[in-house]
Design a protein around this ligand. Structure first.
Ligand code: HEC
Length: 117
């Protein structure tokens, strides 16, 4: 009883923090599609050689991601807090992390199709 009460209290305390940590995927998609990210990174976050790298399922931590938005490494324009607030950046990050995993090379039959076979 006592343990379960403590557990319930811990869940109640951590739930809002967790929600904030994980971000709102739908809102993130909305911003990714409307704040211009897709123009360089593609609607699927797949990236393109001449415009911007792949960002779907980025390996960056959220802090690294936020740092790239505020102080881009190179050609990407900066997105300051009045344009993309931290909470919105959190949602965009959640959206990018929610994107489906690409198939393994071994699961793409076309890569193994040989001519005339
Ligand atoms: C005008 C083109 C352009 C736009 C718009 C743009 N980016 Fe970028 N982005 C780049 C380029 C180019 C890079 C490569 C590093 C650099 O130039 O800073 C990059 C790098 C990144 C990276 C780092 C990828 C990695 O793994 O190193 C992330 C994350 C990222 N962009 C997210 C975003 C988000 C989110 C938005 C929208 C809020 C956005 N970008 C808008 C061009 C763009």
């Amino acid at each position: 009883m006592r343990v379960s009460t403590l557990l319930a209290a811990a869940l109640l305390i951590s739930a809002p923090a967790f929600a904030q940590q994980s971000g709102d995927v739908a809102n993130g998609k909305n911003h990714f599609d409307n704040d211009g990210c897709w123009q360089c990174h593609g609607y699927g976050g797949q990236g393109a050689a001449l415009t911007g790298p792949r960002v779907a399922r980025t390996a960056l931590t959220f802090d690294q991601f936020l740092n790239q938005l505020r102080h881009p490494a190179n050609a990407m324009p900066p997105f300051e807090a009045p344009i993309v607030p931290d909470a919105t950046a959190r949602d965009i990050y959640a959206y990018l992390e929610s994107m489906p995993k690409p198939p393994e090379a071994k699961d793409i039959p076309m890569l193994y199709a040989t001519k005339g076979k």
